[in-house]
Design a protein around this ligand. Structure first.
Ligand code: NAP
Length: 296
């Protein structure tokens, strides 16, 4: 690979719109390490991972996004408890003290920081739209905090039922219900989480939950970070709910990766500033791309 500086990076596919390089650059800057490291992009489809895995592990550490959060596991020496709990890895430390590679899940740090800023009580009912990888982590975490959890999907599949069983095996006393998005229950929720891509660029006008349903919801967290204000968030704010988009989760999970890699820690204020900067950078990029000025 012939690298001049120690490197970190991002593994995923496709990565055309990734915000990770500017986020990590800002985090390195804040920890006084600007220019000391490269942050590389490993845009690799699942089928070529085995051929390229050796290159990845020449880095100090790397982040992982779709479709590799599970695929990477066989290449690791060890999983941290965070990754074992959700069965997914989004951060790798390539060499720990014993020179072993370790997989972590820092998405959960990003999620919990987001919920904290929404001032939610996670022992109260939570509704999660979606039943994929992110929903799994949200549901497990909410159930472990004592929340009765309702998972709403477009169609209940064997995987949705398996998710319900997995949550119950981790939190045996949890109340976990499954429903469909067109049959939402008539009850109040402390928190609604969107863990579907509905409302994401290039379909920003769409929402997984009708605006009227938000009357019974106290706070909304939309994991989507592009656009910064999804239709769901706009509806939620109009209904008087507290509402937060996914950029905060994205930045906090990246900050937690730096803590694992080199012990750097960041203040709430520093992270909030990066969230604002990245939201505006992203909106500019997408505006330009919509106007045909950027080749993605
Ligand atoms: P995933 O594993 O692909 O799961 C997506 C889920 O959304 C599935 O349950 C899928 O249902 C459902 N879905 C897809 N299209 C739908 C539609 N048109 N109507 C209703 N449901 C639909 O993806 P993921 O990794 O969980 O990610 C989910 C969302 O979270 C994405 O928007 C992603 O960008 C966001 N996310 C954000 C962060 C962050 O840091 N902010 C981190 C992770 C993920 P089917 O099974 O029926 O297709």
């Amino acid at each position: 690979m012939g690298q001049s500086k120690p490197a970190y990076g991002l593994l995923g596919y496709p990565l055309g719109h990734t915000m990770s390089p500017p986020i990590h650059e800002r985090l390195f800057e804040l920890s006084g390490k600007s220019g000391e490291y490269d942050y590389r992009i490993f845009e690799l489809p699942a089928k070529v991972l085995s051929a390229c895995a050796k290159d990845l592990f020449t880095c100090e550490g790397f982040n992982i996004t779709i479709p590799h959060k599970l695929n990477i596991i066989p290449y690791l020496d060890r999983l941290d408890e965070s990754a074992r709990r959700y069965g997914a890895v989004n951060t790798v430390l390539c060499r720990d003290r014993d020179r072993k590679s370790v997989g972590y899940n820092t998405d959960v740090d990003g999620f919990l920081r987001s919920v904290e800023s929404l001032d939610c009580d996670l022992s109260r009912p939570v509704l999660i739209a979606g039943g994929g990888g992110a929903a799994r982590m949200f549901a497990i975490e909410c159930a472990l905090h004592g929340a009765p959890v309702t998972i709403a999907v477009r169609r209940i599949k064997p995987e949705t039922e398996a998710l319900q069983r997995d949550i119950l095996s981790l939190a045996p006393k949890a109340e976990v219900s499954l429903t469909t998005l067109d049959q939402l229950p008539d009850r109040e929720f402390e928190l609604l989480i969107n863990a579907t891509p509905v409302g994401m660029y290039p379909h920003p006008g769409e929402t997984p939950i009708p605006a009227g349903y938000l009357r019974g919801v106290r706070a909304v967290f939309d994991a989507i970070y592009n656009p910064a204000s999804t239709q769901l968030l706009l509806d939620a704010r109009k209904m008087g709910c507290r509402a937060l988009g996914g950029m905060a989760m994205l930045v906090w999970q990246a900050a937690a990766a730096h803590t694992i890699w080199d012990g750097s820690v960041y203040t709430q204020q520093q992270i909030e500033r990066i969230v604002v900067e990245m939201s505006s950078l992203m909106e500019n990029r997408f505006q330009q791309s919509a106007e045909g000025k950027v080749a993605n």
